[in-house]
Design a binder for this molecule. Structure first.
Ligand code: NDP
Length: 337
């Protein structure tokens, strides 16, 4: 069994030295257990938080422990009454090639219904994050303008498409011409703005002639700075992620202190800024699975996966995710299906 463990806690951007490869025997399942072979490993921005021991909503990975992560796996030996060899399951087995499970938290997947890798993306945690955050906190109405950053990615791509399904106007922010073209032409957003362009703020203002009613925040940093002046009265801002800030230390933003002027805007424009972690909305998952499957079948919800081949490439792919080098939902192919 090959495992990738956390070797050290990064300061700033993670480097390959923060990860270590370990090889060991594959364990045999005991009574009530299953042996899983990992097929796909999801790489997600939250993993940067688990590498750090700063206070957060979840416990960090301990030094020397296998890196955490969502996985799609095949049951290759079962001593568990609920599973048979050959079953494909969603598990949280982390960055390794094999894992034991007692069945806790597993979900069986139907390979006929959808490609099983989508259980890590559009039909999994990221898709659900978009659905719950946009609909519960954002509450888009027909004709409103919804802006989302990291719009070509796992969460953002779903946010904009659901906004359109609900009759709103979707404006995507993405890095670079290729991602912007994809968001507009393939995903069907109404307009795009390139946050890496020198005139980004002007592009965004032109894309939102009637201001912004919902801003789904995935990024923070300079993107938030361009969005804030455009927010309409009673705008809703689901704060889902701040990826531009994940590699920054506590002292990365020296003054001037802009919080007072921001709070003045929150007050005078009656803004709703609401952070969330998707598992808060767990009771909405059945509705999400049902609706998302229908939207995919009817062609209204499209998705793009960015596959990387081989577990050994997980560290470099993860480092790239935090710099925007992925294009679509980032998934490592650990073993052939
Ligand atoms: P994506 O597939 O969107 O990949 C990340 C993207 O973020 C990159 O492709 C890049 O897109 C953008 N990005 C990376 N670094 C920067 C930067 N420094 N400045 C601006 N943009 C950057 O990832 P996900 O869809 O998985 O995650 C999107 C956000 O949602 C993250 O903030 C994540 O933490 C959050 N999230 C929150 C959850 C919750 O429960 N609250 C659950 C799941 C995700 P581009 O090149 O277009 O800039």
């Amino acid at each position: 069994n090959r495992r990738i463990v956390l070797a050290s806690r990064p300061v700033g951007a993670p480097s390959p030295d923060d990860f270590r490869f370990e090889d060991g025997p594959v364990s045999e399942p005991s009574d009530g257990e299953l042996l899983l072979q990992i097929l796909y490993l999801s790489l997600d921005p939250y993993m940067r938080g688990r590498m750090s021991d700063a206070r957060s909503y979840a416990k960090p990975v301990a030094i020397g422990d296998v890196m955490e992560g969502g996985t799609v796996a095949r049951v290759i030996r079962s001593r568990h009454p609920g599973y048979r060899e050959g079953d494909i399951v969603l598990s949280h087995s982390g960055w390794q090639s094999f894992a034991l499970s007692d069945g806790t938290g597993l979900r069986k997947l139907d390979a006929q219904a959808a490609p099983v890798s989508t259980a890590l993306g559009v039909l999994g945690m990221p898709g659900f994050t978009a659905y719950a955050g946009l609909l519960t906190i954002g509450q888009p109405k027909p004709g409103e303008t919804v802006v989302v950053a990291a719009a070509s990615g796992a969460v953002g791509s779903v946010v904009g498409q659901i906004a359109r399904i609900k009759g709103a106007r979707a404006v995507g922010i993405a890095g670079g011409a290729d991602k912007c073209a994809f968001v507009r032409d393939e995903l069907g957003f109404d307009a795009v703005a390139d946050h890496r362009a020198a005139d980004f703020a002007a592009q965004l203002a032109a894309a939102c002639p009637e201001g912004i009613d919902i801003y789904f925040e995935n990024v923070g940093g300079h993107v938030w700075d361009a969005v804030f002046p455009l927010l309409n009265d009673f705008a809703r801002i689901p704060v889902c992620g701040l990826i531009a800030q994940y590699n920054a230390g506590p002292d990365a933003y020296p003054g001037p202190d802009r919080l007072p002027s921001m709070m003045r805007g929150v007050l005078s424009r009656s803004l709703l800024i609401r952070g969330f972690i998707q598992r808060e909305f767990v009771d909405q998952r059945p509705a999400f699975y049902r609706e998302a499957a229908e939207w995919i079948a009817s062609g209204r919800l499209r998705y793009k996966e960015d596959f990387v081949d081989g577990l050994d490439r997980a560290p470099e792919a993860f480092i790239g995710l935090l710099e925007g080098r992925n294009f679509g939902k980032l998934v490592v192919r650990v073993a052939p299906e």
